[in-house]
Design a protein around this ligand. Structure first.
Ligand SMILES: *Cc1c(COP(=O)(O)O)cnc(C)c1O
Length: 427
């Protein structure tokens, strides 16, 4: 234990952990990060995340706590709530969910009874585990009906959603995804939900930052509740957020605490507040639009190089690339590219003939590289780097030589050296 008089910095107190953290900084600085759910948080967001607020218990809500000493935490959480409501035009906000998955569970706890029927986009079609997939608590404790995408164009088929809703009368319908490259028709979902008496809930975990920046339609006016992570396109700390209509405010708050969680992570609340303020600026709106412009440009450059994109392109921050014609699985391509300093993930494509663990596609997202300042004109180089890695990996049956990987890795790092990574400071 460190004593109070000698309270050394991490580098001295625990050099082993310190070095691992610096190593991760280096990796994030030098690699081309294309995982669609990831980003770079700002220095201000990271600083707030490390605050002494982590030392404080605060079960309850501002003005109604089970502990004393709330003189700072109460106004802090109220500020985060006010900023979240203003940012998304929501009637009510709960900033306490530990992450996206607990936020979704809280919504189910608030709006459904165990055993009720819910509907969500299936995992293989781009949905999230927590939208009722069978291995998730949301698929174990609730009856789950899953909708998919059309075979012909790989888009969500609103006629299928309507007929399943009429047949199964769900209590709650999820819309939202982790791997779907197109906008969702929130108005059409809302109409179907109203017709069958279901609560419509959007999970905008992936695209919340685009919504905040006005670069994606907002689900908020159409939904009973909207959940999100705060760490993906929104560029905040790792955490969750629930927005809802006033009529559900009490049920949502009770579901988060005491239904599901104990004390809120106040340091994360502070960091969320910082991120909400950042996301309300003109600069962030420009960022969100650049994320989409970059995704469109990168999609074009990839298709020019002969790659097949699911739905033939993108409306948002991500694309799904079908590598069947390249003759390499998404997983093997991902592993080989990682050795070359290019990070993306293997991902199932709709109606994937391969197993989920070793799927046919890769998912590519532009949130992180846009945070570093890359713009549309740089996407030709990004596509070229990816293409060279995939071609070599395919030619060598997934095992490119070390010399090739080291060479490409050095080129990637050199290319990125002009674009400082937010939050990480100088090398
Ligand atoms: C990422 C994601 C989540 C889960 O967030 P965690 O913070 O990892 O729990 C939930 N829903 C969707 C649609 C996501 O993409």
């Amino acid at each position: 234990m460190s004593d109070a008089r000698r309270d050394p910095p991490l580098s001295e107190a625990d050099p082993e952990v310190y070095e691992l953290i610096r190593g991760e900084d280096r990796r994030q600085r030098e690699s081309l990060r294309l995982i669609a759910s990831e980003n770079y948080a700002s220095r201000a967001v990271l600083e707030a995340s490390a605050a002494s607020l982590t030392n404080k218990y605060a079960e309850g809500y501002p003005g109604r706590r089970y502990y004393e000493g709330m003189g700072i935490i109460d106004p802090l959480e109220s500020l985060a709530i006010a900023r979240a409501k203003a940012l998304f035009g929501a009637e009510h906000a709960n900033v306490q969910p530990y992450s996206g998955s607990p936020a979704n569970l809280a919504v189910l706890l608030a709006l459904c009874e165990p055993g009720d029927t819910t509907m969500g986009l299936s995992l293989p079609a781009g949905g999230h585990l927590t939208h009722g997939w069978k291995v998730s608590a949301t698929g174990i404790y609730y009856k789950s009906v899953q909708y998919g995408v059309r075979r012909s164009d790989h888009r969500i088929d609103m006629d299928e959603v309507r007929s399943l809703a009429r047949e199964h009368h769900p209590k709650l319908i999820w819309c939202g995804h982790s791997a779907y490259p197109r906008h969702l028709d929130f108005a059409a979902f809302a109409e179907i939900a109203a017709e069958v008496g279901a609560h419509l809930v959007a999970d905008m975990a992936h695209f919340a930052g685009l919504v905040a920046g006005g670069a994606h339609p907002s689900p908020v006016p159409h939904c009973a509740a909207v959940t999100t992570t705060t760490h993906k396109t929104l560029r905040g700390p790792r955490g969750g957020l629930i927005l809802c209509k006033e009529e559900h405010a009490k049920a949502i708050d009770r579901a988060v605490f005491p239904g599901l969680q104990g004390g809120p992570h106040n340091h994360t609340t502070a960091s969320k507040a910082v991120a909400f303020a950042e996301a309300s600026t003109k600069a962030f709106s420009a960022y969100a639009h650049a994320v989409v412009a970059n995704a469109k440009a990168l999609a074009e450059r990839m298709m020019e190089r002969g790659y097949t994109l699911v739905t033939g392109g993108t409306d948002n921050h991500l694309m799904l690339v079908d590598l069947t014609e390249q003759g390499i699985s998404g997983r093997r391509a991902g592993i080989a590219l990682d050795r070359c300093g290019i990070e993306l993930n293997g991902n199932a494509i709709p109606f994937d003939p391969r197993k989920p663990f070793d799927p046919s596609g890769v998912r590519i997202g532009t949130p992180s590289l846009t945070s570093r300042g890359l713009r549309s004109e740089h996407m030709a180089t990004v596509a070229e780097l990816i293409d060279r890695g995939i071609k070599e990996a395919a030619a060598k049956d997934g095992e490119p030589d070390q010399a090739f990987c080291d060479g490409l890795r050095a080129e990637v790092a050199e290319f990125l050296s002009e674009f400082p990574a937010p939050g990480l400071g100088e090398a």
